[in-house]
Design a protein. Structure first.
Length: 108
């Protein structure tokens, strides 16, 4: 796979998908984003980011079972892939190195 960059919003979504583990679907990701960052993206913007992350190979998705409370619709669940874990590790390492270059930042 060619090297692919993560945008800031994509990185946040990817981190949240990884953190939510088996409970990562669009509404739970949206809620966690709002709770953690104060950002409240539209569901369309979130779906676009999830689709981009899947196209890049950083997440996979599967459909859950249909439920009555969802009018017979299925939830799409997302899981972080090994490539996704590598992408957030690379982003973390880059940011850490850059933080260390800023005078007065006490990064260990």
């Amino acid at each position: 796979m060619k090297r692919t960059q993560l945008g800031e919003f994509e990185e946040l979504v990817l981190l949240i998908v990884g953190a939510l583990h088996d409970d990562a679907y669009s509404i739970s990701v949206k809620k966690e984003l709002k709770d953690r960052t104060g950002r409240n993206p539209s569901i369309g913007a979130l779906h676009s980011a999830l689709n981009r992350l899947e196209e890049k190979g950083f997440i996979n998705s599967t459909e859950g079972g249909a439920t009555k409370e969802r009018g017979g619709r299925r939830k799409r669940y997302y899981q972080i892939t090994n490539a996704g874990k590598k992408a957030i590790q690379t982003a973390y390492e880059l940011r850490t190195e850059l933080y260390k270059l800023v005078p007065g930042m006490n990064m260990q």
